[in-house]
Ligand binder design. Structure first.
Ligand SMILES: Cc1cc2nc3c(=O)[nH]c(=O)nc-3n(C[C@H](O)[C@H](O)[C@H](O)COP(=O)(O)OP(=O)(O)OC[C@H]3O[C@@H](n4cnc5c(N)ncnc54)[C@H](O)[C@@H]3O)c2cc1C
Length: 455
């Protein structure tokens, strides 16, 4: 056997690298096994490159629309090569930041493919490393739709974010967070976009009221939306893809499938180590992310329902704290906020109005359009909405929803309110700074009892 460690983490994404650092902070001799790049898919192929390109889309869009604000930018154009270079360099810089954190915390980085042995130790290529605790953090992989394979013209999300040139026309199948981000970036770049969703609204996990606001905004961004229509009859040609959806047909340069992802468990040796899968195909874990093998934990996209980087990181912290016998508490999955960085952004935590009613709650709702508060006019952010879903009897906030240019930052306040078990009545008395968009949160809380000032 090669070296032994107190904790070995397989996968250096936001789940794995955070778990490793926390384990090292707790005095554990720790190693991370990674077969590709530190920072995982999040930093190198998903969240971070997507947000870097979206930032360019934002600047490009603002430069074109700047005349009304007194900024006249003539001949605004895209430099696709510069965009690609920045996308790569942002990921490289964050990935090397993770390596520096490993060095600082004396964490060994073992390069290669990791898997479990029958004893619950870790095999990397031909070496076996002894492990007190193993944390599986291998993330997820893109899944195509039935009957369609990924290839030159049929892209997964990384393919869409790393195209070598700006496409003239693309179709995006799946209008969840990733599909909406891709549509919104390319739409603002001037690409003709068809966004196709099988369910009856874009952003199907979001409250209907919020999806409606985004749908209206998308129509101004070169995005044609089709809901309740699966993509069918995909025919891939040399330089185009033909497809149908509902009663329509289209020929596009690329089809991006931004729908499903599945846990990356292939070759991990789960069976021989006695690690069971749950019904949804992910790894079965308890509330501390411990698997059916008491020595093995699993976190991030491998477990539970949501697939989000901040959820992965927190599960990593909880898993290694639990393994180390520290006092910790499970991640409240209901308080993991969703964040979609399209234009305008969408963020939410807790229940939608429909889900709250379905769960048997008697609900009250408070809504405030961003356009009502002064800051939204100042910062040109008028198209959004804040919506609170509260329990009618005690005022507990059951769900909070924000659409607006800064929604993904604004949601943190509402997560904190819910985590601290505050009601809308408290929120309605929290003095918010002026002029900020967050004043819409204050008025949404007041709107529950019909006294929003800027309604
Ligand atoms: C396009 C896109 C955009 C997204 N944007 C956001 C966003 O804005 N915000 C957000 O919160 N979430 C976002 N997500 C989701 C987010 O990327 C994932 O939830 C997150 O990456 C999960 O982290 P993880 O640590 O579980 O796994 P990953 O980030 O997938 O990392 C897993 C790592 O394990 C390695 N690995 C796999 N198998 C092995 C093995 N056998 N041996 C060694 N190494 C192995 C992989 O190489 C990889 O580096 C986005 C996803 C996509 C696809």
């Amino acid at each position: 056997m090669a070296d032994s460690y107190d904790v070995i983490v397989i996968g250096a994404g936001p789940g794995g690298y955070v778990a490793a650092i926390r384990a090292a902070q707790l005095g554990k001799k720790t190693a991370v096994v990674e077969r590709d790049k530190t920072g995982g898919r999040c930093l190198n192929y998903a969240c971070i490159p997507a947000k870097t390109v979206l930032r360019t889309a934002e600047i490009f869009h603002q430069a074109q629309e700047g005349a009304e604000l007194g900024v006249v930018a003539k001949d605004v154009s895209l430099d696709w090569e510069a965009l690609g270079k920045r996308r790569a360099s942002v990921s490289e810089s964050l990935s090397s930041g993770v390596e520096m954190l490993f060095k600082k915390n004396k964490i060994a980085l073992i390069e290669g493919d990791g898997s479990l042995t029958a004893e619950g130790d870790v095999k990397v290529d031909e070496e076996v490393y002894g492990a007190g605790t193993v944390v599986l953090a291998t993330g997820s992989v893109a899944r195509p739709i039935p009957g369609v394979e990924f290839g030159d013209r049929v892209l997964d999300t990384w393919g869409a974010w790393s195209l070598p040139a700006q496409p003239r026309k693309i179709a995006v199948a799946g209008a969840g967070a990733s599909g909406c981000e891709i549509a919104s970036a390319y739409g603002r770049f001037g690409t003709e976009v068809i966004l196709i969703e099988m369910l009856d609204q874009i952003l199907p996990a979001e409250d209907k009221d919020m999806a409606r606001v985004v749908e209206r905004a998308f129509k101004k961004q070169n995005i044609a939306i089709s809901t309740g229509t699966p993509v069918e009859n995909v025919e891939v040609g040399g330089d185009s893809v033909k497809l149908t959806y509902g009663g329509e047909s289209a020929e596009v340069e690329y089809l991006c499938i931004a729908g499903g992802r599945g846990p990356d468990v292939e070759g991990l040796g789960l069976d021989q180590a006695g690690v069971k899968l749950a019904e949804n195909g992910k790894i079965e874990v308890d509330e501390f992310c411990r698997t059916s093998n008491q020595k093995v934990y699993a976190i991030g996209d491998l477990v539970n329902a949501k697939a989000l980087a901040h959820k992965a990181s927190e599960e990593g912290v909880v898993a290694v704290e639990h393994a180390a016998g520290e006092r910790t508490h499970p991640v409240d999955q209901n308080l993991v906020a969703g964040a979609t960085f399209c234009h305008p952004q969408v963020a939410s935590v807790g229940l939608t109005e429909a889900a709250a009613k379905e769960a048997g709650h008697e609900v009250k709702v408070g809504k405030q359009k961003l356009g009502g508060v002064g800051g939204a006019t100042v910062y040109d952010d008028k198209d959004g909405l804040v919506k609170l879903v509260v329990d009618a009897k005690y005022g507990e906030v059951l769900g909070a929803h924000v659409v607006g240019n800064r929604a993904c930052d604004m949601i943190a306040e509402l997560v904190a309110t819910m985590a601290l078990e505050g009601g809308y009545q408290e929120l309605a008395r929290v003095v918010h700074p002026h002029p900020t968009i967050s004043e819409a949160v204050l008025d949404a809380a007041r709107a529950v009892d019909g006294w929003a000032i800027h309604a």
